[in-house]
Write a protein that binds this ligand. Structure first.
Ligand SMILES: [Zn+2]
Length: 264
């Protein structure tokens, strides 16, 4: 797999003696969680994993070199059962995903490290990452953090419709890959589908509302796309990735410096 993570930030490139020399209390370890799943006719299965690596690599380039912040090897398989029925989707169950992240957390805690970030770029993992961040804190005493997608970066120039319902293989993901791996984007094969419209509000939302319906991509999008990739550009992908990296770097620094508030 391609990587944008500098060798010096890659935990997997260290020897155990080098790991043993890291400061246990302050070293910040980042575990990427992503997916291998269909992304329409035009993007590769690894899209969420590539985007995770791209954004994290760019963010780590912005973190002062002297700080011990490392990217762990990613959990590339995620809970992707919303994309079942499309050849190439490789999904693990919620139980498997939780068990893998728990076991990695336990290994980190056993080595004496204290700070772990779960950096997730696949929507199907989001609620599981929330669960694990709390469980690893409670059960192993790790100081855990969660970080999602583009870390709240503004996507300047993105339409309200795409911002609300460009869930999957839409403009943002396509722009990121047009910037990072243009050879993997099949630009002649764009399709567009929307799960809902901002100008036609419904009582039940596909997600994030107070009353939601559970969706499968196959229910609404025969091509597997939920969004509209057609306006995507490499220039926007580069700008958005840089903006996201700045937000992620800012969050990582805050995590590195984090001290919980204690009441009187
Ligand atoms: Zn995706």
């Amino acid at each position: 797999m391609k990587t944008w993570i500098a060798d010096a930030r890659n935990f997997a490139y260290l020897t155990w003696k080098q790991v043993d020399a890291l400061p246990r209390e302050t070293t910040l370890l980042v575990l990427p969680t992503a997916a291998m799943e269909q992304h329409g006719h035009h993007l590769p299965l690894a899209t969420d994993t590539l985007i995770n690596n791209l954004l994290l690599g760019k963010a780590l380039d912005l973190v002062p070199a002297a700080l011990p912040v490392y990217a762990l090897p990613p959990v590339c398989y995620g809970k992707s059962n919303e994309h079942i029925g499309f050849p190439g989707t490789l999904s693990v169950s919620a139980q498997t995903f939780l068990a893998v992240v728990r076991d990695i957390g336990a290994s980190i805690a056993a080595a004496g490290f204290k700070k772990l970030v779960l950096f997730n770029t696949h929507g199907g993992n989001t609620s599981l990452v929330d669960v694990m961040a709390r469980d690893l804190r409670a059960e192993l005493g790790l100081r855990t953090f969660s970080l999602f997608g583009s870390a709240g970066a503004e996507f300047e120039g993105l339409s309200a419709q795409e911002r609300a319902f460009g869930f999957h293989a839409g403009e943002v993901e396509t722009a990121y890959l047009l910037h990072a791996t243009p050879e993997l984007v099949h630009t002649g094969e764009y399709t567009a589908n929307y799960i809902a419209r901002v100008d036609e509000p419904e009582v039940l939302k596909p997600e994030g509302g107070s009353a939601n319906f559970s969706w499968l991509a196959a229910d609404i999008a025969p091509s597997g796309v939920l969004g509209d990739p057609r306006p995507a550009s490499a220039a926007n992908g580069e700008r958005w990735a840089q903006a996201a990296a700045a937000r992620i770097a800012q969050a990582l620094l805050a995590m590195y410096n984090f001290v919980p508030r204690h009441g009187a």
